[in-house]
Design a protein around this ligand. Structure first.
Ligand SMILES: *[C@@H]1O[C@H](CO)[C@@H](O)[C@H](O)[C@H]1NC(C)=O
Ligand SMILES: *[C@@H]1O[C@H](CO)[C@@H](O)[C@H](O)[C@H]1NC(C)=O
Ligand SMILES: *[C@@H]1O[C@H](CO)[C@@H](O)[C@H](O)[C@H]1NC(C)=O
Ligand SMILES: *[C@@H]1O[C@H](CO)[C@@H](O)[C@H](O)[C@H]1NC(C)=O
Ligand SMILES: *[C@@H]1O[C@H](CO)[C@@H](O)[C@H](O)[C@H]1NC(C)=O
Ligand SMILES: CC(=O)N[C@H]1CO[C@H](CO)[C@@H](O)[C@@H]1O
Length: 458
């Protein structure tokens, strides 16, 4: 049979595929601010619809069954506004981000504090330092965004735990929660990143000293292996933190990488931090840009290809993309490595966001058609991926107090930080574990009131 050649057939198939994706995908030109800003809007609009529908408690900034995700979403929206100029979401972000600071302006409202982990509170800290770095408008009559970030920092370093594993932050805050017996990377890496960003923004060395301390402890623990720049997920306090949880997540690498990038820039180019940036960047790129998707598309490799990411995991790629962009900006020698990876990811996001009539995004950016997932978290991740490319086009580096004096740090009085001073807690010995457990719960109850029932049930 003579007819169409293979080349013609393939050409026809490609045309057909391209035709389909053009019809239903979001158009993305990686070197055009306008194109990226528009793509961001197309992604953020449905995200905000999910946000409204999900505020089922009717409380601003409180999503059903989760608290930190709204904070992570505000972080993403602030970065998007700063680089796109699209300010249509600012009013709600400004109001709801401040609202959730709570009665003590420390993102530890008694509504939620009895079940929060350190990583939950940390995300709000990152949202507020992002506000300071981008010059997001302050709320008059309220503490500056930096002051809120500082309150989170101060509470968290107050929980630095010398009773197990020579230091580190526990995952959970209260002994009655299972994660209290673990130290994990996102809590420690998140506080490391927050410290580094506070240091660079405020130029206050207290934060830099803590960044050094958190890095050094992490590197001495099984959470990080420096010889291969490997970051694990968690480690158990029993056995003195000798066993790492081996799951690989983008955002664990992202926090340590971006924190190291802020420290490199803050120290005006300390070689020590450059080595850490280069090491972690190498392993992040090797681990999370799989060749299956052409090596330039970010993947939550443990779950997005098989479609099993949980609600939390769906969001990680967006944060990681923005932290990669920070790295490219603050450590100029990395820009050539990072740019093609973020550009490839944005192009892939354009194709993946092709679900339904309003181009909903799915979870696996490496797949060229919508994979069927929908919700606030996948929209947020896609917005982060687009925003990371806007950040690369932005000529202004993250600000400091010199250019944004309105966001200077101030002290906020709050009662919890003094009463949770860890030096007032004795190390818990095995023999008096139960007694100490109840004592600690009582201290907790004294602080937050809401856990009184736990003692009664003993
Ligand atoms: C705490 O819960 C109360 C009662 O539902 C609500 O009115 C208040 O707005 C909540 N505060 C925060 C910070 O979520
Ligand atoms: C526990 O680990 C820390 C560092 O991770 C170390 O400094 C300490 O000596 C260890 N303690 C024991 C009893 O092994
Ligand atoms: C630096 O930050 C620490 C921690 O928030 C604070 O206690 C100290 O007062 C700050 N120093 C200055 C000069 O603001
Ligand atoms: C810090 O970041 C700025 C902004 O991108 C950059 O111009 C500067 O070169 C960086 N500093 C170092 C030491 O690389
Ligand atoms: C903070 O607490 C200190 C000591 O209790 C007090 O002197 C100061 O006035 C308080 N500041 C504010 C703003 O409430
Ligand atoms: C009412 C509503 O939209 N609920 C959604 C809140 O968000 C979760 C996670 O994305 C969805 O599973 C719910 O359907």
């Amino acid at each position: 049979m003579r007819g169409l050649s293979w080349a013609q057939l393939c050409g026809a198939a490609v045309l057909l595929l391209q035709g389909q994706s053009v019809l239903s995908a979001i158009s993305v030109e990686v070197n055009s601010k306008d194109s990226l800003a528009n793509a961001g809007k197309e992604i953020a609009n449905p995200m905000m619809d999910f946000y409204k529908k999900n505020q089922t408690e009717g409380i601003p900034g409180k999503l059903t069954d989760t608290w930190y995700i709204a904070g992570a979403m505000f972080m993403t929206l602030i970065q998007y506004w700063a680089t796109s100029g699209v300010d249509s979401y600012n009013k709600v972000v400004k109001h709801d981000l401040m609202f959730q600071a709570g009665e003590n302006y420390d993102y530890f409202s008694s509504n939620y504090s009895q079940w929060l982990g350190n990583d939950d509170q940390m995300f709000w800290g990152l949202a507020t330092i992002t506000a300071s770095e981008t010059g997001f408008p302050e709320v008059s009559g309220k503490p500056s965004w930096t002051s809120l970030a500082r309150a989170v920092f101060n509470m968290q370093v107050g929980r630095w735990d010398m009773t197990k594993c020579g230091g580190g932050l526990r995952w959970q805050i209260w002994p009655y929660q299972a994660g209290y017996t673990m130290k994990n990377s996102i809590s420690n890496g998140g506080l490391f990143e927050l410290s580094a960003r506070l240091a660079r923004f405020t130029k206050n060395d207290t934060y830099a000293e803590w960044a050094e301390r958190i890095w050094d402890w992490t590197a001495s623990s099984p959470l990080m292996e420096l010889d291969r720049w490997w970051v694990g997920d968690s480690t158990s306090n029993d056995n003195n933190c000798t066993d790492p949880g081996r799951n690989q997540w983008t955002y664990n690498y992202g926090t340590y990488l971006s924190g190291a990038a802020f420290m490199y820039n803050y120290t005006n180019g300390d070689e020590k931090w450059l080595k850490r940036v280069d090491g972690l960047l190498g392993s992040l790129l090797a681990t999370f840009f799989p060749s299956d998707y052409g090596s330039n598309v970010l993947s939550e490799a443990a779950c997005d290809g098989i479609g099993t990411c949980d609600r939390n995991q769906l969001g990680f790629k967006g944060y990681t993309a923005m932290w990669l962009a920070h790295t490219a900006i603050l450590v100029p020698s990395t820009v050539e490595k990072i740019t093609p990876k973020l550009q490839g990811s944005a192009l892939a996001i354009g194709k993946q966001c092709s679900g339904g009539s309003d181009n909903l995004c799915g979870q696996c950016w490496g797949k060229t058609t919508w994979d069927g997932t929908q919700g606030l978290e996948v929209q947020m991740a896609a917005l982060g991926g687009i925003t990371s490319n806007l950040m690369l086009l932005e000529t202004k580096a993250p600000q400091t107090v010199d250019t944004n004096p309105d966001a200077a740090e101030h002290h906020i009085n709050n009662t919890e930080s003094s009463s949770s001073d860890p030096s007032s807690l004795k190390p818990i010995e095995t023999k008096d574990k139960a007694g100490a457990w109840i004592l600690t719960v009582m201290i907790a109850a004294g602080v937050i009131g809401a856990v009184g029932w736990l003692i009664k049930t003993q």
